[in-house]
Design a protein around this ligand. Sequence first.
Ligand SMILES: Cc1ncc(COP(=O)(O)O)c(C=O)c1O
Length: 404
Amino acid sequence: MYKVNDNYLKLPGSYLFSTIGKKVNAYAAAHPDSRIIRLGIGDVTQPLAPAIIKALHSAVDEMGDAATFRGYAPDLGYEFLRNAIADNDYKARGCEISADEIFISDGAKCDSGNIQEIFSLDNRIAVCDPVYPVYVDTNVMAGRTGVYDPQKEIWSNVIYMPCTQENDFVPCLPKETPDIIYLCFPNNPTGSAITKEQLQEWVDYANRVGAVIIYDAAYEAYISQEDIPHSIYECQGARTCAIELRSFSKNAGFTGVRLGFTVIPKELKAGDVSLHSLWARRHGTKYNGAPYIVQRAGEAVYSEEGKAQLREQVAYYMKNAAYIYQGLKDAGYTVSGGVNAPYIWLKAPRGMSSWEFFDYLLENANVVGTPGSGFGPSGETYFRLTAFGSYENTVEAVERIKAL
Ligand SMILES: Cc1ncc(COP(=O)(O)O)c(C=O)c1O
């Protein structure tokens, strides 16, 4: 008789966004005339930029001609894309990352979930609290997190690093020593950013204690302030302690197109074992590459035309972010984020819990956000709104909230 991986059975409840989806669907079914505005899930709404559409069309044409048809992609991804990434995302920012340290994938969710596979089950992970749920849940599935305490909503073998108003939503170095540290900046869900000086402290710490940092920079394109690093490799010593994850979802609207990459410097070693070679082996064995046409679209992100169009797209969302931030502040809410990230993090008013505020907002303003408690215990009483809606919907949602 076969057995299942019973680590899956330890996962509490359903995935946050399925719960939200069910609640919203039930409300919509009961109130068919309501016009619900969704500022909950972090999905983009603007269409792909013209430079990307052009690249997609031209790659599709290549696939229809025997002379230019492509089959399986090279294991790490096409060189044209890895070179564009190395030049634009790294060399241009003074980071020493070469094209052969970049692994192209179909997005940062898979990479952030899969990367734990190359580490022993004995490792202790540290995560921000609140946190993007994928980091914790994939470690639960692997059997690395110990026992769940449903009262406290924490795992016995996970080090939680609270991100609160007191520390400006940037974690302090943990008291217990972790082996694997997940950091995500600009942050989902809090919208906070880390300065280069603060990140350098983390890099120094990881090198000192022999930990690896998994740095998720999916929202890098939203950075607007000077002292905020776009990559962890802007910090001295990051090549010996950090893996970086990137996505094309938020900077270029590829949430449905699917493209991302992971950077593993060759110096990153556990003893004499190179993490680069482990990930190369994993990638080669379990993954057959992002589609050629999508990698060509990714290349267009770095063309002059593409860059200009995407700057506008990011600016569009950030205009929404500024509108939400200011509107809620004017209405008396305690708000943060929204400056280097497309997320606004607000405190639920009048002592409401995150889910109470979710229901209140859904029922009274027909606006959907995300309860902060869904991202971890320190998210309780907080609430996340995203700037990824249309400007018109964003304005209307804010006006409805202000009128409550
Ligand atoms: C922090 C973070 N990492 C990764 C992802 C997923 O990115 P992708 O669409 O590339 O899988 C998200 C998506 O919301 C995210 O918030």
